[in-house]
Design a protein around this ligand. Structure first.
Ligand code: P6P
Length: 344
């Protein structure tokens, strides 16, 4: 504790004391992840000054054009986490296959999935971006892990967190005992506990969705958004506000801070392409759902709890409806009513 301020390292160590079987591996792993986020924060903050903006001239496994910072951030995460012997393997949005720990390094008992730079389409226009990560236990052969070892439901996560590279750099983390937020003190290079025990207001009047997809939405989503737009003159009896940052980390952080609902539902355009959604389960939807639920919110596909989904592929996509509990319950109820109507 420095002059009444708790660093993230101190916080993690104190948390570890509550875990009987903790050996310090997890604490050390989390500190390596924190270091990677500090390095990425420094690069994001310097942007054009250090020549990291613009396209990388390559595509990722999702077929999306990579930004230079996508590739650089991915490498930073790999180098920061491959050496200490806490991980059996890693998986990233930016890599098709799992990343095997180099032979010269020992293997550990954890698996790490991450989106090294989420919302990177915003990077060239200086809008907030972030990093999302999730830690699972390796339950198989940790010396020879496979892609299948990663395919665990979100309820199996040991830890989930994100770094938000915004006006200030913050990290928000859960290990299953609530959600805590830390702000990077650039003067000393340490994350300081600034947002203890973050909780989402159950009620809200703010929704986030990419409205340009409106003509493709399923009926329950259309109904929910239309009611929000009708405001105090409609069935909701109150006016709503809309936000869309195109950066999931920034949307989730706003919701954690003042409530709201974030929706990236499945739609007819995705169905026509054989897609199950836009966002990825293993390194976007599951970690963010863990955080949202630990903060008292709710996270579903519209039809079922995201964290109970059994993954079938490392890069599978899912619909995401998350945020203030009463709003997510309402959207999910509309989907269930629709299902009953379809079945009738
Ligand atoms: P759209 C960023 O690419 C991302 O994965 C999320 O961070 C964000 O919420 C969403 O996609 C934005 O999607 O269709 O608005 O560009």
């Amino acid at each position: 504790m420095q002059d009444g301020r708790t660093t993230i390292t101190q916080f993690i160590i104190e948390e570890q004391r509550h875990i009987a079987e903790a050996t310090g591996d997890f604490t050390s792993l989390l500190n390596d992840i924190v270091t990677a986020c500090k390095v990425i924060s420094n690069m994001v903050n310097h942007g054009a000054l250090v020549g990291v903006l613009g396209a990388a001239g390559s595509e990722n496994v999702q077929g999306e054009d990579q930004k230079k910072l996508d590739v650089i951030s991915n490498d930073v995460f790999l180098k920061s986490n491959e050496w200490a012997g806490h991980l059996a393997a890693m998986a990233s949005e930016e890599m098709e296959d799992i990343y095997h720990i180099p032979d010269l390094n020992p293997r550990g008992k954890y698996l790490l999935t991450f989106d090294p730079l989420d919302g990177s389409s915003n990077i060239d226009v200086n809008v907030s971006v972030g990093t999302i990560f999730s830690i699972l236990r390796c339950k198989g052969d940790c010396e020879n892990p496979t892609k299948e070892d990663f395919l665990q439901a979100g309820t199996e996560q040991v830890c989930a967190g994100y770094a938000l590279y915004g006006p200030s750099t913050m990290m928000v983390i859960t290990t299953g005992k609530g959600v805590n937020g830390f702000t990077l003190d650039q003067n000393i290079g340490e994350f300081i506990l600034t947002h203890p025990d973050m909780t989402i207001p159950e009620e809200t009047q703010e929704f986030a969705i990419n409205a340009s997809n409106g003509r493709f939405w399923e009926a329950p989503v259309k109904r929910y958004v239309d009611e929000c737009l009708q405001g105090s003159e409609g069935p909701r009896g109150k006016d709503f506000n809309m936000r869309w940052i195109a950066s999931m980390v920034a949307e989730v952080h706003r919701i954690l801070t003042r409530g709201g609902i974030f929706m990236y539902p499945i739609d007819d355009k995705m169905k026509a392409k054989g897609l199950q959604g836009k966002l990825r389960l293993m390194y976007e939807a599951n970690p963010m759902s863990f955080i949202i639920e630990q903060a008292g919110g709710m996270s579903t596909t519209g039809r079922e709890r995201i964290m109970e989904l059994q993954p079938s592929d490392l890069h599978q996509r899912v619909p995401v409806i998350l945020g203030s509990k009463t709003e997510v319950e309402r959207v999910t109820a509309y989907h269930n009513e629709n299902k009953e109507a379809d079945a009738a």
